[in-house]
Design a protein around this ligand. Structure first.
Ligand code: FAD
Length: 310
């Protein structure tokens, strides 16, 4: 069996595995797609100490760093079920979609999350060419330009406030007849001169010139009229979905599906840890995920040296 089995091969999982492998304990990683969301990212400008890199390059560096150590890297393998140990110090079991089963004294869950998409024409075509999901990451790329934010919940309104300080103009588009964000955020938003709020509106298309975004089309849900907005960027803020469908019943999740972890990254199951975008830890960013992964790795090691094997 493994001492540490990491499920998920993004920045969090890679960091966790490097930390545990450096302790000389038997470490494995199971990843559906090693590299994670980083593979879908173009410019990365907030990976501290590296002023500019690209997603695929960073993912290759992650793999290279992991392979410096004796880590059993099982790529293109999807975990389907976690069966926690029945007794303290017992082995946890991770069942893969292909039917294989892996046993480990500790497990680190780092399966990340995915942005909910609008699923309208143009969204996929112009991803990274004007369609963006992360204002902390891509906001500065739209300095002085016009953008829309789709979604009037907390993350959408936060994004609109954040972007209003960088870009020329923000159009906030909400499907419901009113915004759903906290009142304090809505009050702040209302004070900003370069934000227009459109409610009861359904985005139906992202328009572009073949190279990049040039506008979007929304339908007024009261009149059914279609409206065009000329702009350079669209930030989709309609939800970040944690990849925890396979964990229901195994560890405690919030109503939004995030894994509940304590300050050391431990879940509701002793010896099972969580790290990165899949957990309740706020601010879903590469450096945060790496920090949390390192923490979970150290916490797993700590658990190992304090727990008598069953
Ligand atoms: P992820 O990167 O999501 O990795 C999850 C891993 O788990 C993957 O290997 C996946 O294949 C695997 N997995 C999922 N389910 C299973 C399963 N059942 N079994 C096995 N493996 C599974 N952050 C920044 O800091 N700067 C940026 O500029 C930036 N730009 C971004 C641009 C885009 C388009 C996107 C989508 C995100 C961006 N982010 C950026 C956010 C950043 O990518 C994430 O915060 C970070 O990747 C989270 O790392 P993670 O390891 O927690 O999860």
């Amino acid at each position: 069996p493994f001492d540490v089995l990491v499920v998920g091969g993004g920045p969090a999982g890679a960091a966790a595995a490097i930390y545990t492998a450096r302790k000389g304990i038997r470490t494995g990683i199971v990843a559906e797609r090693f590299g994670g969301q980083v593979l879908d990212t173009m410019a990365i400008e907030n990976f501290i100490s590296v002023p500019h890199t690209e997603g695929p390059k960073l993912a290759a560096h992650l793999e290279q760093h992991v392979r410096e150590y004796e880590v059993d890297l099982m790529n293109l393998q999807k975990a389907a079920k976690l069966i926690p140990a029945k007794v303290p110090g017992g082995l946890h079991e991770v069942v893969l979609e292909n039917g294989a089963s892996l046993k480990s004294r500790t497990v680190i869950l780092s399966t990340g999350a995915r942005w909910r998409q609008m699923n309208v024409p143009g969204e996929d075509q112009y991803k990274n060419k004007g369609v963006a999901y992360c204002p902390h990451c891509d906001g500065p790329l739209f300095k002085g330009k016009r953008v829309a934010v789709i979604g009037g919940g907390n993350s959408g309104v936060e994004a609109a406030i954040d972007l209003a300080g960088i870009v020329a103009h923000v159009t906030l588009i909400e499907y419901d007849s009113e915004l759903r964000a906290d009142a304090v955020l809505q009050r702040k938003l209302a004070t900003l001169p370069n934000v227009r709020i459109v409610t009861s509106a359904l985005t139906t298309e992202v328009r572009g010139d073949g190279e990049k975004v040039t506008g979007l089309v929304y339908k007024d849900r009261n009149s059914d009229a279609h409206h065009d907005v000329d702009l350079e960027g669209v930030f989709v803020q309609i939800g970040l979905v944690p990849n925890t469908e396979w964990l229901h019943g195994a560890v405690a999740l919030t109503t939004r599906g995030e894994i509940e972890v304590d300050h050391r990254g431990e879940t509701s199951q002793p010896g099972v840890f969580g790290a990165g975008d899949v957990t309740t830890v706020p601010y879903k960013q590469i450096v945060v995920a790496m920090g949390e992964g390192s923490k979970a790795g150290l916490a797993a090691f700590d658990y190992m040296i304090r727990t008598v094997p069953a």
